[in-house]
Design a protein around this ligand. Structure first.
Ligand code: BGC
Length: 565
């Protein structure tokens, strides 16, 4: 196959195009004050570690004051920092210390909903017909019937009784402690813009915009066909039908985002066919958005018990389809782990095939795709799922909800625990494994969530100066992506699939001022693949061995190579 494509030179260059994002889940990153919970000073102490890894942009999950019903995604004050994490001064220091090291900080912007303990909601409860009542969706129960039968993302109806007002209900897409803000109200949008500017003035370089596709509701509320015995209907049905989200996003982008040279990462899924340019095109609402294609693959509206495993071919096809979709439009943000999902290595590698090599292979195939690579804390050392834990030790309430969904579907308690262990959000929220000391060196006392018992083997300290470790491999990948000879090609070079028809092979070219082939044998058996051109140089190899003769490339199980052609 001849490579004809060249880099996308027409694209207007932006400062964040060649950056690597490192996601921090603050509660579990590093505890500096011995209370079992990570904090801002802890992040500051680890900045040199992140810098040595080579990451540029730190995305820190919410640290605003919060009752923590949804681990900080329920905000009770948008203008401060929760005392568990530190103070606003600590945050200012974190931003300035990051800047000193040439790094940028972004935080979550969580404005689909706030907390029921936010003063806006308190005032709405005092006077539902008043100014703050209009900040939310508050409706009357008519003839004993809720306004509609939508199911919330964490299970149950989206409607709960408005405290102090039997007969009235408020809408929450997520947990009942997360009332949805009414974006139809221009005053709410003004509040959001004020919040954004406040944090930009504090030196943030942008935001990860949480759950933003939920801000537009189909009004007036109406029922859809129930899809489970609970008589409720998945929210996605309403989201497919509703029009007009672009008006809200366009306004926010035009009035705020575009006026400041910031990096905005949208959490967008199920966007309308053909609307990708509106989101991440040259003039899009956001800088980039997550590529959720591999992540949502095989998921089912029935519940976690009905999810299908993702095979190597499924994973490749999802990534390749997204690369094609974004071509000539913009950049996706590519990831295998985040705080809402199991570890990518546990999801995208077949069970029983977890090894140093397979972990490095998966890292290689996603990291060199066109787009912005995101690394979630611990991914760089090969941290794994926590696995099965007793129900009473589970913190993630979506997992607890899914336990009962599985029981209702006829599974035994043991089977239900096994099912939820695969997708439980606690899997990735266990404390960062810094060393082999008690509590993995994360804290001096028992942390808020138990450490994964494999910390004596998998930890930063043991991997730091070990040439064959996953950590050393991530550093090599980052160095390569940033190497001035290749950076342009990795950033702007075109993506061209290489034999997407070959079972368990994931390979593609990046073609710009260099021609590069990323090739991975996505299986444990060795195999031979015919190349069409002699490589000039091996840029990266997850094994010490390399074997090529007459264009026949011999690949070991889970071998991954980056070759300059
Ligand atoms: C966040 C979740 C959170 C939800 C509600 C998501 O998209 O990533 O962690 O539970 O939004 O805010």
């Amino acid at each position: 196959m001849e490579i004809q494509a060249k880099e996308d030179m027409d694209m207007q260059k932006k400062w964040w195009h060649d950056k690597i994002v490192y996601q921090i889940y603050p509660k579990s990153f590093f505890d500096s004050n011995g209370d079992g919970i990570g904090d801002i000073q802890g992040i500051i102490q680890k900045l040199d570690y992140i810098k040595s890894l080579g990451a540029d942009i730190l995305w820190i999950c919410p640290m605003y004051p919060s009752p923590m019903a949804d681990q900080g995604y329920d905000i009770s004050d948008y203008y401060n920092i929760d005392p568990t994490f530190g103070t606003l001064d600590d945050m200012d220091r974190l931003i300035s210390e990051s800047k000193k090291r040439g790094m940028y900080v972004i935080m979550d912007l969580v404005v689909n909903h706030c907390s029921d303990e936010h003063e806006w909601f308190r005032k709405a409860c005092q006077e539902p017909g008043g100014k703050y009542g209009k900040y939310f969706y508050i409706e009357d129960i008519k003839d004993g019937k809720l306004p509609c039968n939508w199911r919330g993302i964490f299970g149950g109806s989206v409607w709960s009784e408005l405290p102090g007002h039997p007969g009235k209900v408020y809408l929450h897409t997520f947990h009942k402690k997360q009332p949805d803000l009414n974006w139809e109200n221009p005053k709410v949008r003004q509040e959001v813009y004020k919040i954004i500017n406040f944090w930009l003035d504090h030196g943030l370089s942008g935001f990860r915009v949480d759950a933003i596709v939920n801000i537009k509701k189909k009004l007036p509320f109406k029922d859809y066909a129930p899809d489970r015995p609970d008589g409720l209907c998945d929210l996605t049905v309403m989201k497919k039908e509703v029009e007009g989200i672009g008006e809200f996003l366009g306004e926010m982008s035009d009035l705020i985002f575009k006026k400041r040279d910031i990096f905005v990462l949208g959490e967008v899924s199920n966007e309308r066919e053909g609307s990708l340019p509106d989101y991440i095109g040259e003039n899009g609402y956001f800088s980039t958005m997550f590529d959720f294609a591999p992540n949502v693959f095989g998921k089912s509206e029935k519940g976690w018990f009905d999810y299908m495993p993702v095979t190597p071919d499924n994973y490749r096809d999802c990534c390749f389809t997204s690369q094609e979709r974004a071509k000539n439009i913009g950049f996706f943000a590519n990831f295998i782990d985040n705080h809402d999902e199991p570890r990518g290595i546990n999801r995208y590698l077949p069970d029983h095939d977890l090894s140093l090599e397979s972990k490095k292979m998966l890292a290689t195939v996603y990291f060199f795709l066109k787009g912005i690579p995101i690394i979630y804390q611990g991914q760089e050392i090969g941290m794994e799922n926590r696995g099965v834990v007793p129900l009473e030790k589970i913190d993630d309430f979506s997992a607890i909800d899914q336990y009962y969904v599985s029981i209702d579907a006829g599974f035994s308690p043991e089977e239900a625990l096994e099912i939820i262990s695969k997708y439980n959000r606690d899997n990735v929220r266990t404390p960062m494994q810094w060393n082999a000391e008690p509590y993995a060196g994360f804290s001096s006392r028992a942390p808020w969530l138990e450490v994964n018992p494999n910390y004596p083997e998998i930890n930063v300290s043991s991997e730091l100066n070990t040439p064959g470790s996953v950590l050393s491999y991530y550093k090599k990948m980052i160095l390569l992506r940033k190497n001035l000879d290749y950076a342009n090609t990795f950033t702007y070079g075109e993506f061209i699939p290489f034999h997407p028809d070959i079972h368990n092979l994931m390979a593609y070219y990046r073609s710009g001022d260099k021609d590069i082939l990323i090739i991975a044998n996505y299986q444990k058996d060795a195999r031979t693949i015919m190349l069409s051109r002699e490589p000039k140089q091996i840029l990266l190899n997850n094994y010490d061995k390399f074997s090529l003769s007459n264009l026949e490339l011999n690949l070991l199980g889970y071998q991954a190579l980056v070759l300059e052609l």
